[in-house]
Ligand binder design. Structure first.
Ligand code: ZN
Length: 277
């Protein structure tokens, strides 16, 4: 009996010591984890303090770039004209250009970060990720904010803004027209040959003429990049699919008519002359 008690108390002692040692090790591990987390957060804070503050709208910069790509680039390509970096429309003057080019749109609900390959459900989450994780990769060295030329470029027309201003403000229109003409002068100086002169003229018609409250003139009057619409593609595929079916129906109908007519003839052959009514 005494031996049994001794064995029992010994096993309880063993159990307690194992529990104690595992508790101590987990405690020390959590302490070291806290240490790592602490040092990470400190490093992050140090990194963030090195990143300059950005006061430039990513969304509006993106809209401005969309307008440039859609309604200006096709004409530059046609003229084989190179924008000078002094021109505010030059890609190097868009602080978000590098980040925007590192956006990979894999699928409708899949956006990948080109820097760290992380995947997001929507573009806005990738934008947030860029702001939180890759702010140090912004091209802020002497760059200007592309969103600042939005007034001249009619960015609102390519943004999904529900509440568009319906009332025209003459002062704002005049200011935007001035900014627009400044862009034309600095990007396409008329003393730099026939290409620049032609593009200067085009820029005024395409963007600046519409900055007026007298109405009548519309922006992007010279057109933009041509897109093959998905809608037209779908319609053509549907027509191509239904055309054989349509012909088959017509063929079957005509065959039916022909055989029906022959049967009628066969029936009416031995018949008598119709009674005169
Ligand atoms: Zn990333």
């Amino acid at each position: 009996m005494g031996k049994k008690i001794r064995i029992f108390s010994y096993s309880v002692f063993l159990l307690l010591t194992t529990l104690e040692s595992s508790f101590a090790s987990s405690l020390s591990q959590s302490n070291s984890n806290q240490g790592i987390e602490h040092s990470i957060s400190r490093n992050l804070k140090e990194d963030q303090s090195q990143v300059p503050e950005v006061h430039c709208s990513r969304e509006r910069s993106r809209a401005a770039w969309k307008v440039i790509e859609e309604y200006l680039m096709p004409f530059l390509e046609r003229e084989k004209y190179q924008l000078s970096s002094k021109c505010r429309l030059h890609p190097s003057n868009d602080i978000f250009r590098d980040q925007e080019e590192n956006k990979i749109h894999v699928d409708i609900n899949e956006w990948r970060c080109g820097y760290c390959k992380k995947i997001f459900r929507a573009e806005k989450y990738l934008d947030q990720h860029f702001d939180n994780r890759h702010l140090n990769l912004l091209n802020v060295s002497g760059s200007k904010c592309l969103a600042d030329v939005c007034g001249a470029l009619h960015c609102d027309l390519v943004m999904d803004t529900q509440s568009r201003k319906t009332k025209c403000n003459p002062a704002a229109a005049a200011k935007n027209r001035h900014l627009c003409e400044d862009l034309a002068d600095s990007c396409f100086p008329i003393n730099q040959g026939p290409q620049a002169t032609r593009l200067h003229e085009l820029f005024l018609r395409q963007f600046c003429d519409a900055h007026t409250c007298s109405g009548g003139r519309k922006p992007f009057s010279r057109g933009g990049r041509k897109h093959t619409s998905i809608f037209y593609l779908a319609i053509s595929i549907l027509i191509l699919m239904f055309l054989p079916i349509f012909y088959l129906i017509v063929y079957l109908y005509q065959r039916e008519m022909r055989t029906g007519g022959q049967q009628l003839k066969r029936i009416s052959k031995p018949g008598r002359k119709p009674k005169p009514s």
